[in-house]
Design a protein around this ligand. Structure first.
Ligand SMILES: [Fe+2]
Length: 501
């Protein structure tokens, strides 16, 4: 396939703003689709285990120990290795936070199939199924959309997969039955209160699941993984997938396993449910009992070259210098769910990474314009809220001192400044210490999920990684929902990592 010559960094058309014709993805959708709404009380109630885990203690580590114990008893090796036989040069795909099952997920599918042609496998990083990882929703949110991808798909779970106790994930990816119920907690203990309101895993509808599994039953699509965390030697690369549960840490046993499988000079990539660098912040991911995942990633003896995480639904890249090496920390959560805002990311200054080194998709200006149009529609205040992509890029340039990537001559009006403030664009860098409203956190947790849209341009993304013994090329492709981008997905970022650096 010839390389795409346009992207959101080149033109408004490359971003999808002049979309003439929606893509063919609409024909892939099931005949009856209920858009996943994050404002619907029933959705929030089903995902209540997140709040319960934070209030009454997170049972994830104990549950994971039970799953892992059963896998070992079934004969899984202690390294939880996925056996592969890949050549020295090959390609694979990574996409994160896929499973909404509506237009925003299916819009990614045609481009993913096109770019994924000839790749050896794909990995889903986090949140395979929204809102609660239910085994009964794999049909429309996993098997159906990826039935045309003729290679195995592996995954690491995200917090939403854990809202089902990981039952759906373990059934589909590891082929194992549900855990038997554990003992009753002591009356009126925190665990007792948690259990009182806890959403129990759904019971599989076996007929429906069998029909769904038949959609990806070809021999070349078969994938069985040994557990929620795993390691894979693929050609010259070792890929390590970790399970960060609901809150975003790993248990002591998984930590010991991670330290063990990370040793040695073979170049490595970490795939995680929670990114280690995101939104201009470092989140090293604690290991129970001491240390962090990032300590292991940064250790020269482990030779990690990249750490890719889902959870946040956009693309970000932080090339962090560690000694004489550069480790690429990537967020890749734009694979299907609602979009988390990038316009709320301040001018980047974290881990030695500056704004000049940082990459994100969508561009902040496009993101602000997207949100302004959406809120204009929702609040019936279009004339006040809506900012064109040029208006938005201009106000971002003024606020954050980031020159518009596509250039703009738009003036920054008072209206644009007020809308930018209301929608969470950070204040100028020198004002940061004065104004510290929790706008970003509120945005991430509440306003982004409520801004779910299934109409182009959608600003979704996925990765293709091309490996040779010497080099690893990582490209971020866009899925806008426009037909022209389905046929020729724009490349929004591209890097080459020398594996013997
Ligand atoms: Fe997610």
């Amino acid at each position: 396939m010839p390389p795409s010559s346009h992207s959101s960094r080149d033109s408004a058309a490359g971003a999808g703003w002049t979309c003439q014709e929606p893509g063919t993805y609409t024909s892939l959708l099931p005949s009856r689709v209920r858009d996943l709404s994050w404002t619907r009380p029933s959705t929030l109630w089903r995902a209540r285990n997140d709040v319960l885990a934070r209030w009454f203690g997170d049972p994830t580590d104990d549950e994971r120990a039970r799953w892992v114990g059963e896998q070992l008893a079934r004969g899984a090796g202690p390294d939880f290795a996925i056996e592969r036989d890949d050549p020295d040069s090959f390609s694979f795909m990574v996409l994160g936070d896929t499973g909404e099952g509506d237009g925003s997920q299916y819009a990614v599918v045609p481009g993913f199939h096109r770019i994924g042609e000839g790749t050896r496998f794909a990995i889903i990083a986090s949140d395979v199924i929204y809102p609660t990882g239910s085994v009964n929703e794999y049909a429309t949110k996993f098997f159906r959309p990826y039935q045309g991808y003729h290679a195995p798909i592996y995954a690491v779970p995200g917090n939403h997969d854990w809202y089902d106790g990981l039952g759906g994930f373990m059934r589909v990816f590891c082929g194992v039955p549900p855990l038997s119920p554990d003992g009753r907690p002591k009356a009126f203990s925190a665990a007792w209160w948690r259990r009182l309101f806890w959403k129990e895993p759904d019971v599989a509808d076996e007929g429906r699941l069998a029909a769904a599994e038949a959609l990806r039953a070809a021999p070349e699509q078969r994938a069985v993984q040994p557990g929620p965390y795993w390691v894979m030697d693929a050609g010259p690369l070792r890929i390590v997938g970790i399970d960060t549960g609901i809150i975003g840490g790993i248990d002591a046993d998984q930590g010991a396993w991670l330290r063990r499988v990370s040793q040695g000079p073979k170049p490595k990539i970490l795939i995680t449910g929670k990114p280690l660098y995101v939104d201009d912040e470092s989140h090293p991911c604690p290991i129970a009992g001491g240390g962090t995942v990032d300590d292991i990633v940064r250790d020269p003896a482990c030779n990690y070259v990249a750490a890719i995480g889902g959870d946040i639904h956009n693309y970000q890249r932080y090339p962090v210098r560690v000694g004489d090496r550069v480790i690429e920390y990537i967020v890749s959560g734009g694979g299907g769910a609602f979009m988390h805002a990038t316009h709320t990311i301040p001018r980047v200054a974290v881990g030695g990474v500056t704004e000049e080194d940082f990459r994100c998709y969508p561009l902040r200006g496009d993101c602000l314009s997207f949100y302004s149009r959406l809120y204009g529609r929702r609040l019936r205040l279009r004339r006040f809220f809506e900012l064109t992509e040029d208006d938005a890029a201009a106000v971002i340039a003024r606020r954050l001192g980031i020159p518009p990537k596509r250039g703009t001559r738009a003036a920054v009006t008072w209206r644009a400044r007020i809308v930018a403030s209301l929608l969470g664009v950070p204040p100028r860098p020198h004002r940061r210490s004065r104004l510290r409203l929790p706008v970003r956190r509120i945005y991430q947790r509440f306003l982004s999920p409520m801004s779910d849209s299934n109409c182009p341009p959608l600003f979704k993304s996925f990765l293709r990684l091309d490996v040779t013994p010497e080099r690893l090329r990582i490209r971020c492709f866009a899925a806008t929902g426009c037909l022209e981008h389905e046929l020729d997905p724009p490349i929004e970022d591209e890097i080459t990592i020398h594996l013997n650096q």
